[in-house]
Structure formats: C-alpha cells, structure tokens
Design a protein around this ligand. Structure first.
Ligand SMILES: NC(=O)c1ccc[n+]([C@@H]2O[C@H](COP(=O)([O-])OP(=O)(O)OC[C@H]3O[C@@H](n4cnc5c(N)ncnc54)[C@H](OP(=O)(O)O)[C@@H]3O)[C@@H](O)[C@H]2O)c1
Ligand SMILES: *[C@@H]1O[C@H](CO)[C@@H](O)[C@H](O)[C@H]1NC(C)=O
Ligand SMILES: *[C@@H]1O[C@H](CO)[C@@H](O)[C@H](O)[C@H]1NC(C)=O
Length: 319
C-alpha cells in the first residue's frame, strides 16, 4: 500500500469523530477518484505535458529533429550522446530561451566498445522515462564510423536490444511516472533482404541487425506492456539544418513539404525526408491510436498529414 493511502487512512481514523460533528468538513487531500477523467492513464498511453522522453541517437539527422520538436512542444528531453558538447551545440540554438534549455538534459555515454555504458548507467537515465526514442545507426558498409567496434551488429542489434531490455525491466508501475512507449527507427527492407536493392544494402548485415533489434524491442515491450512503434523509413534525404526555421517545424497541417506515404509492415521503396520521418516519431509518441504498430514511410509530393490523419493511419497499422 502506498504512503498516501496509509496517510489518508490514518487521518480518517484520527478525525472521524470530528467529521461526524461537522458535516461540511472536507479533507484537505485530493483523492485519486477526484482526478478529472481526462488524466486517466493506461500502460500504453501517449506522452503528456511534462513527460520525459529519453532519446538515443539525438545527434543524428532524424534524432536532432525529433529532439527539437519535442523541446519546442515543452516535453522534458534527455539525450544520450557520445559527446555532450557536440550534442548541446547541435540541439540548442542561440535564440532558445531558458524554458527550452532547462528541458534538455544530456547524458554523455557510448553504447558500444570498451568504454561502453554499464547497465546501471543506462537504467539510471531511463528510470523515470515515459517514452524512449531509439534512432541510432552506423553506415551499412565499413567506414571510419565502424571504428571502435561500432558495427551494425553492435549498435543496431546489441545496443538496441540492451536498451529495450533494461528500459522494460525497471519496475513499471503505471500509477507512478513510468515507461509507456518505445519508438524505434529502422529501415525499409528489413524483411526483404533477398530482394534488390536490399540484398546489396545487407551485404554487411545492416538490415539483419536492424531486424534483430526490432524483434528485441517488440519482445521486451510485449512482456512489460509497453507500446512499441517500429518506423521503417526509406532512404533518408534532406535536413537537419543548423538554423532551424521554427515556423517550418510547426507547419504540420499545411504545406507540400512533409507529405508521406505510410504502409503497414515493410512494403515501400523510395526516399523519405528526415523531417517527415521525425514528424512521424512525434505523432507516434503523442497519438492514443499509435499502439504496437510497425510501418514503412516514404515522402510524397502531397501535403503533410494532419494530426487526425496520422491517427487514422496508425489505427490501420496495429497488429
Ligand atoms: N541513411 C539512410 O538513408 C537511412 C535509411 C533508412 C534508415 N536509416 C536509419 O534511420 C535511423 C536514423 O538515421 P539518421 O540518418 O538520422 O542517423 P545518423 O545521422 O547516422 O545518426 C546516428 C546516431 O546514432 C548515434 N550513435 C552511433 N553510434 C553510437 C554509439 N556507439 N553510442 C551512442 N550513440 C551512437 C550517433 O551519434 P554520434 O553523433 O555520436 O555519431 C547519431 O546520433 C538510423 O537507424 C539509420 O540507420 C537510414
Ligand atoms: C496492458 O495495457 C493495456 C492498454 O493500456 C491495458 O488495457 C491492459 O489491461 C494491460 N495489460 C496488463 C496485463 O497489464
Ligand atoms: C490521434 O488520432 C485520432 C484518430 O485516430 C485523432 O482523431 C486525434 O486527433 C489524434 N490525437 C492526437 C492527440 O494526436
């Protein structure tokens, strides 16, 4: 039994003679059933004002845009980055007010290699997260970005699996602030590695590694009753730009720039704008209809989806 209940019982038993004496007496405590119906929270509810979102890969193309959008909407954001100064430089603009700055927390940790973060360090950061976004990655073919063991297997499979398992093993009591959603970015082609052009892309196993990461996230979320969203973008193109035009960021309802085609599973092939992809991540966090979904996304020339249209699309992608 939690302390509030015990305290309430104690006050009730102590004061019962007085309550009988004064019919208008009111307890100075707000009881749970007094809360308005709109604040009703279930294990897979969307994020709400003041919630904390932990982002892995926030310095990446999509991750930067997701972080900015969430900060501008007033969420608390904790980013896990290999280089704290680089992260702050990329994620904060000169003009950002203290309200935005105070919402950003940076935890400097590496997910791979000799100096990689311990389980305890990762759990400490995720213990009060209401949602987690994972948008990490390396190159599909060997490059300098593979140095220090940063291969697709290490980051897209092993690190992603470890994050999902640790995040969902933290005591998950929905009456307290707790984890409700994980959004994972992977790629189109993860289930089509025998088809071109994915056969080539997968020569060093990047799609296989991402697929294993997806499976780990789905399994961990299933056990903990946390909602998962697997987003599989096409080839990523476009921003982030260092000087983000805020008006542009919020141009959700109009404009031709962020039109997207969404489809359940892994069926699309084409380019996807990073900003459109980031918008999909935010919608997946905020919409009550986005529960246990997996879909691919590419850009089109039509106008951006409204919030309602995103929600309707999510409804068709549950399994
Ligand atoms: N490029 C494409 O055409 C394409 C297509 C489909 C899907 N995707 C996938 O979509 C996702 C987002 O793409 P993107 O272009 O935004 O990614 P990106 O720019 O390559 O960003 C990758 C992020 O992962 C972080 N990261 C890598 N290794 C790490 C480690 N060991 N420890 C901690 N953080 C680490 C990077 O941090 P640092 O800043 O420290 O490097 C960076 O923030 C990725 O999963 C990507 O593979 C890409
Ligand atoms: C899991 O979450 C759903 C949706 O929030 C809820 O309806 C269901 O009762 C939960 N199941 C368990 C086993 O807690
Ligand atoms: C969520 O999606 C529904 C449709 O399923 C839509 O009506 C609603 O506006 C969306 N809500 C939010 C908060 O995004």
């Amino acid at each position: 039994m939690n302390n509030l209940v015990l305290l309430t019982i104690a006050i009730l038993s102590l004061s019962s003679p007085f309550i009988q004496g004064f019919s208008s007496f009111q307890l100075p405590i707000r009881l749970p059933w007094d809360a308005p119906a709109t604040s009703f929270l279930t294990p897979k509810s969307p994020i709400r004002p003041n919630d904390k979102v932990v982002i892995f890969g926030a310095t990446g193309g999509v991750g930067q845009l997701v972080t900015k959008k969430l900060l501008l909407k007033g969420y608390k954001v904790c980013v896990v980055a290999r280089d704290e100064d680089k992260a702050r430089g990329l994620l904060l603009d000169e003009g950002d007010g203290d309200d935005i700055k105070s919402c950003l927390e940076v935890a400097q940790l590496n997910l791979v290699g000799d100096g990689k973060a311990s389980d305890e360090e990762l759990q400490e950061i995720m213990k009060d997260a209401n949602a987690i976004v994972i948008s990490v990655g390396t190159t599909a073919f060997p490059t300098t970005r593979w140095s220090n063991g940063n291969t697709p297997q290490a980051i897209d499979c092993d690190a992603v699996s470890r994050i999902a398992n640790l995040a969902t093993s933290i005591s998950n009591d929905v009456s307290k602030s707790s984890l409700r959603r994980i959004v994972l970015l992977t790629s189109v082609g993860v289930t089509r590695t025998n088809e071109m052009p994915f056969k080539i892309l997968n020569l060093f196993g990047v799609l296989d590694a991402k697929r294993s990461g997806e499976d780990a996230v789905k399994a961990a979320c299933g056990k903990a009753n946390v909602s998962y969203s697997i987003i599989r973008p096409g080839r990523l193109v476009g921003g982030p730009y260092t000087n983000l035009d805020l008006a542009k960021l919020f141009q959700i309802e109009g404009g031709a720039e962020n039109g997207v085609t969404l489809q359940y599973g892994d069926a699309l092939l084409g380019d996807c704008k990073r900003d459109a992809c980031a918008e999909g991540v935010v919608q997946a966090l905020e919409n009550e209809s986005c529960v246990d979904v997996e879909f691919s996304v590419i850009s089109n020339e039509e106008k951006a989806l409204s919030t309602g249209e995103w929600g309707e699309a999510f409804e068709g992608m549950r399994r």
